[in-house]
Design a protein around this ligand. Structure first.
Ligand code: ZN
Length: 308
C-alpha cells in the first residue's frame, strides 16, 4: 500500500493567504526550514495505479499536479483517482470536490451527516450525479472501497467517530457542542486487503478517550491531528479567541495533548498532519520541532510518500 501526503497543512495552508505571522513570513521568503504546505489531504493506493483521496482540499488541483501518480495517463481524459473518503464537512476537506468536476466517474464516501451536507449545498451538483455516486458510509463497520462501477480497489475502509465538533460553517451556537453529532468528525482506518497492513488517519481530534487510545495501540502507522503546538496558540498569536480544543483539535503539548496521550501507546510510526501555520514545530530548525522529533514523531510534508 502506498500513501502520499498531498497536503500536511491545516485549513488555510502555509503560508495562509491573509497571514503575516513570523511563520508565514518565513514560508513566503522560501527558506528551506519553512516549507510551504497545502491543505489537508492524503492519497492511498493498494496497487500504485488507482488512488483514493482521503479528503479533498481546496488545493487539490495543485496537489494533483505535484504528484505524478495522480496524473491522467491514458489518451484523452482520464484519472487514476477513483474517489474520495471524507472525514468531515470542513471547507479544507470538501471544497476540493468542486475541482473534481469535468465528467469523471467517482465514488464519494462520507457519513450520512456529511453526505447530507453535500446534498444541501447545490454547488456540489457540479459533480454530475450520473457519473459521481455519493455513498453514506457506516460508522465502525469496515467496508471495501468500490469505484463508481462497483470494482474493488483492494482497500478496506473503517470510519469511526472521534471527539470533535461540527464544521465551523455549520455551528449552531445555541446548541451543546454547537450541535455536533458523532457523524460530524470521523477517523479512518485503511487496510490493504492483500497484505493486511493498515494505518489510521485522524486529521481532526479534540481529545483522546480510552476507547480511541485502545484502538490506536499497536498500530503500524498513525497520521494524526497536529494543528497547534499549544492549546492557546491562536489566542497568544492574537488571531482568535478560540483554543485548539474549542476548534476541535488536541494541541501537541500539555497534559491533554497528543504527545502525552499517544506517548503512552505502542505505535510503529507517528506522523503529524493538519498542521496550522501558527505552529512553531513547522519550522525545521525550531526547538519545538526538536522536542516532538525527540518524542518519536515525524512532521508530515507535502509529497511525503509512505509504503506499508
Ligand atoms: Zn501565519
Amino acid at each position: 500500500m502506498k500513501i502520499i501526503v498531498l497536503g500536511a497543512g491545516a485549513g488555510g495552508g502555509f503560508p495562509q493567504w491573509n497571514c503575516n505571522c513570523p511563520n508565514c513570513q518565513l514560508a513566503r521568503s522560501g527558506v528551506p526550514e519553512a516549507p510551504s504546505l497545502t491543505q489537508s489531504s492524503l492519497a492511498v493506493s493498494a496497487d500504485g495505479k488507482r488512488w483514493v483521496l482521503l479528503n479533498a482540499s481546496p488545493d487539490l488541483r495543485r496537489q494533483i499536479e505535484l504528484n505524478p501518480a495522480l496524473h491522467p495517463s491514458g489518451p484523452g481524459r482520464s484519472s487514476p483517482i477513483a474517489g474520495v473518503v471524507l472525514c468531515n464537512a470542513d471547507v479544507d476537506h470538501t471544497a476540493g470536490l468542486l475541482t473534481l468536476r469535468e465528467m469523471q466517474p467517482l465514488a464519494v464516501y462520507g457519513t450520512g451527516r456529511v453526505i447530507g451536507v453535500l446534498a444541501a449545498n447545490a454547488m456540489f451538483n457540479v459533480m454530475d450525479s450520473k457519473l459521481v455516486e455519493r455513498r453514506a458510509m457506516p460508522l465502525e463497520t469496515p467496508f471495501p472501497f468500490l469505484d463508481r462501477d462497483g470494482q474493488p480497489l483492494g482497500l478496506t475502509v473503517q470510519a469511526f467517530a472521534v471527539p470533535g465538533k461540527v464544521a465551523l460553517w455549520l455551528e449552531r451556537p445555541e446548541e451543546k457542542n454547537f450541535g455536533s453529532i458523532p457523524e460530524d468528525t470521523v477517523g479512518l482506518k485503511i487496510t490493504d486487503d492483500a497484505t493486511g497492513s493498515s494505518f489510521f488517519y485522524i486529521p481532526g481530534c479534540a481529545a483522546m478517550p480510552d476507547d480511541l487510545a485502545k484502538r490506536l495501540n499497536g498500530a503500524e502507522l498513525v497520521l494524526f491531528d497536529g494543528t497547534t503546538f499549544t492549546d492557546d496558540e491562536m489566542i497568544t498569536a492574537g488571531f482568535s479567541a478560540k483554543t485548539a480544543s474549542r476548534m476541535g483539535h488536541m494541541a501537541m503539548t500539555g497534559a491533554e495533548g497528543s504527545l502525552a496521550a499517544l506517548g503512552r501507546l505502542s505505535i510503529g510510526r507517528r506522523i503529524y498532519v493538519h498542521i496550522n501555520n501558527t505552529n512553531p514545530a513547522l519550522l525545521r530548525n525550531s526547538a519545538e520541532r526538536r522536542l516532538i522529533e525527540a518524542s518519536g514523531w515525524e512532521v508530515g510534508f507535502d509529497t511525503m510518500e509512505i509504503v506499508l
